[in-house]
Design a protein around this ligand. Sequence first.
Ligand SMILES: [Zn+2]
Length: 462
Amino acid sequence: MPKLTFLGAAGTVTGSKHLVEAGGKRLLVDCGLFQGEKELRLRNWAPLPVDPKTIDWVVLTHAHIDHTGWLPRLVSAGFRGPICANQATCELTRVLLADSAHLQEEDAEHAARKGYSKHPQPLPLYTTEDAQAALGRLKEIPRSDPFRISPEFSVRGYDAGHILGSSSLELTITENGHTTIVVFSGDIGRFDQPILNNPRTPPHADYLLCEATYGDRDHPAGPVEDVLAQLINRVAKRKGAVVIPAFAVGRVQTLLYLIRKLEVAGRIPSLPTFVDSPMAITATQLYLAHREDHSLQFTREEQSNGDPLDTHDVRMTRTVEESKRINDVACCLILSASGMATGGRVLHHLARRLPDARNAVLLVGFQAAGSRGRQLAEGAKTVKMHGEFVPVRAEIVELHQLSAHAGQSELLRWLNGLQAPPRKTFLVHGEPPGLNALAGLIRLRKNWNAEIARYTQTVELE
Ligand SMILES: [Zn+2]
């Protein structure tokens, strides 16, 4: 009988790894990094509960690091199979994994230099070479046509509307002439948002794994552009800067689109807009290249004035030197990764701008428990960065509307797309409040059999 084991994103939002076994073969759906609380991050250093040498394939739902960021460790521990994903996901994964390796190396280097690590010689979780070895195993599969991986497994993607290339996966398992369909929602995006197509639900699932990041709430429906315009005008008036820790893929592009729109409408002054993340710069180019992936409408003005993802005074800073020079610009917008301020160049900007009340920090995405973004959102008076405590005097603003994750009613709308109830629904990729709320709603409103996946739990797929 086929089996399913939850090796991550069970009771938490990160570390997505779901192992499927059938006919003596093993397939892993996603291979994400754990992020956030230290207890979770330590799992990244521990061996996988299943020997990577015995896994035959990996299939990816999308390129985000919490779904791909453990691939270098999987490969260095002996995984030798193909890593299957659609073209856009392959391209984005190349960008994201290279960056992730670079961040791991930088953090280890920084810790060694400043001496704040407990280890005498802190090592990176993986190196650029480890990431390259993993990327060498990427194999492009069709975006929406069925693809037969082996006699046991066939996979088909459905647009998830979350980031470029993101898909929900319908996995058809064949064992002893018997077929079972398992649907992995991946991360479900938003309906009717700028840039990407709406999420689509696979029509049939015997078993369903559904994400529940926002299972307990809806995103506020308020006008994003008003909040953004008011904030930018307020900060420009006091000659400050707005620092936006932003996920390099997706969120940065949406923000550039919205800022440009406000500039064109004359609702905000054109401030220098720094995109201070080599990864965000490359991702923006990929977003523009993969126009078949999105629903972005190009107006005549946008077409005649360059790309709709460029603001009037956009400055892409790739090198560290260029990044440092942003410090000399008092009044500007700074978009920089990582989105939860867990690492990356944004830390330097926060360390510099947080102590000054003229500045503002705009939090635009999900902030996992334990992350600096969450601490700022919860009103922390100081945050620790690079081993030092930085006082928080800048204005902190949260904008939940721009989330790349479906809110509660959007999750239900997505679930309504299934033509018949699955035999069992497992809730994954959420923190306990979201998981519990969505499981309760599914039982109450849909009368389905729903439970919350537990870490390392194995279930038999009848
Ligand atoms: Zn994601």
